[in-house]
Design a protein around this ligand. Structure first.
Ligand code: SF4
Length: 396
């Protein structure tokens, strides 16, 4: 079933054995739009933020009454964007408290708020911690002012350092820093300096992504005109080696292709996605997955707020995935994690195993040392990790 009308009601939702889910809330506003950004985010100045917040709260209220949701315990809450901390502390605390009140959470859920360095103050962070936020994710991207400017970021390297310092002062003991490499005109020394600075701050978690120039961004336009010079492929490979060395020496465990954590600080919210489990998304452009029915909210924040406040459904499309499609997705997403996919879990959830489903294709990947099966887990090998996209393309 694929429905794709302008707006539609929520389709009937099947139940499943898994009685857990995670909750995502999307704040699609930023101070300015970064040159490389392909996320659903808009300059805050163009929208009525109060109105959007009311719409969000209304959707939280409506969705929390749905029978499928009433049956679920939520493991995590992630307020992402965009830049959630574009809002003042009172609004954010109200949003978080309402989510915690309306949805049934497990004890001690992971509660993350994404921030950008020049949108946080010590007072704001103290208020967030008091509202229950126990994990902060800071979009640092680089500690080079030259590269931050080139990326179109609205903060400086000093803002980045100060935001981490303020987060510690506010009492946060679980901090993630987002960093990027493979940037135009970035040298290996630049990357060593940024990553080196990051690890000296001892964040509990690092998300490290290579820049990809996505269609429709200002970077794509500039790249087409030959105005952007990206590092050579060999330089990027060397940057990856730098990443492995510095993170390993600093005591981080790589547990997903782009994510590194100290001991027990893996991101529970993202693991829920990589395990392809249930999630509920509130806000413009947010996705939900209800026992294999994937639903997307409309992307226009003003229209989203208008509809939800009138108690009208804000859903853009709904797609019911077949058992096989969900199995394939679960395998592919699971391979992103270094622990891989549990074969018993796949069998229990989908009544399928990778060996029987993929047959010869999987056998060849094993023979070529790209995938290994050891014990109950199927995972990418050392050789397969850098070729993850090519391997996954064979399993789609
Ligand atoms: S801060 Fe993040 S979401 Fe906002 S414009 Fe920049 S990259 Fe996009």
């Amino acid at each position: 079933m694929i429905l794709n009308h302008s707006v539609q009601p929520l389709p009937p939702l099947p139940d499943c054995k898994d009685k857990t889910a995670s909750l995502y809330v999307h704040i699609p506003f930023c101070r300015t739009k970064c040159g490389y950004c392909s996320f659903v985010s808009f300059p805050a100045i163009d929208f009525n933020l109060t109105n959007y917040m009311e719409g969000l709260l209304k959707q939280a209220e409506t969705m929390s009454c749905h029978p499928w949701i009433r049956k679920r315990r939520f493991k995590s809450l992630f307020v992402g964007g965009g830049t959630p901390t574009i809002y003042d502390e009172k609004s954010l605390a109200r949003l978080i408290k309402n989510c915690l009140r309306l949805f049934k959470f497990e004890s001690e859920p992971e509660i993350t708020v994404e921030t950008n360095p020049n949108t946080v103050t010590l007072d704001k962070l103290i208020t967030l911690a008091a509202a229950g936020v126990n994990r902060l994710s800071i979009g640092i991207q680089s500690f080079s002012d030259r590269l931050l400017k080139l990326l179109g970021r609205s903060h400086s390297a000093a803002d980045g350092l100060n935001s981490v310092k303020s987060a510690r002062t506010a009492g946060f003991t679980n901090i993630n820093l987002d960093l990027m490499y493979g940037l135009p005109y970035q040298t290996i020394a630049d990357w060593e300096e940024t990553l080196g600075t990051a690890v000296t701050l001892s964040p509990e978690h690092l998300s490290i992504y290579e820049l990809t120039v996505e269609e429709g961004t200002r970077f794509a336009e500039r790249a087409d005109k030959g105005e952007l010079v990206l590092p050579h492929e060999d330089t990027v490979i060397e940057m990856e080696a730098v990443t492995r060395n510095i993170t390993q020496k600093a005591g981080y465990q790589r547990y997903e292709i782009s994510n590194f954590a100290k001991s027990d600080r893996k991101c529970a919210h993202n693991i829920n996605y990589w395990e392809n489990r249930n999630y509920v998304g509130l806000g413009a452009a947010a996705f939900s997955c209800f026992s294999g029915v994937r639903v997307q909210n409309i992307t226009d924040p003003a229209e989203f707020a208008r509809l939800t406040q009138k108690e009208m459904p804000p859903f853009l499309k709904a797609e019911s995935l077949s058992n096989e499609a969900r199995f394939r997705e679960t395998v592919i997403m699971g391979l992103r994690m270094l622990s891989g996919v549990s074969i018993t879990m796949a069998k229990q959830r989908f009544n399928l195993t990778p060996q029987t489903y993929y047959g010869e294709t999987l056998q060849k990947l094993i023979e070529n040392d790209l995938i290994q099966i050891s014990g109950d887990h199927m995972r990418l090998t050392e050789k397969g990790l850098p070729l993850a996209n090519q391997v996954m393309a064979q399993l789609v």
